[in-house]
Design a binder for this molecule. Sequence first.
Ligand code: RP5
Length: 165
Amino acid sequence: MSNSQAPAVGIVMGSDSDWPVMREAAEALREFDVPFEADVVSAHRMPHEMISYGAEAAGRGLKAVIAGAGGAAHLPGMLASVTTLPVIGVPVPLKYLDGMDSLLSIVQMPAGVPVATVAVGAARNAGLLAVRMLAAHDPELADRMAAFQEDLRKQAHAKGERLRR
Ligand code: RP5
């Protein structure tokens, strides 16, 4: 899946069964008009393609990779080991262990090979974090992120107002 412009963010996941979670990252990128691609790149079932994806990501013009996986979730860390791009890991919760296995597999990286890990199932935050990464070099995108944050502030304030009445 992709949109018409050259993708700036790659969203990859270990299985299409991760998509119901990972689509939230795509939605966040769409809200900010950030072009992205999405694909299944399994660390265990297609290791050679996974390494190629990571090794070629920067050269293809991607600026960040969002990688989601569940269980023995090695995809984000393995991609981080073969690319210089920032990798954002999304622990996908599966039927057992409530996603703790996915979280620990992704977050506990060895020194020198960082993965920016979001909360279990928090693919939307992964998308928003990728937007912030791009916004660091894009003032127009930074303005839109600031407006988004101002909306969040207003919404939170309004919720408090209802309680204060
Ligand atoms: C992981 O195994 C995938 O990321 C997915 O979360 C999990 C289960 O995959 P399927 O058996 O549903 O394809 O590698």
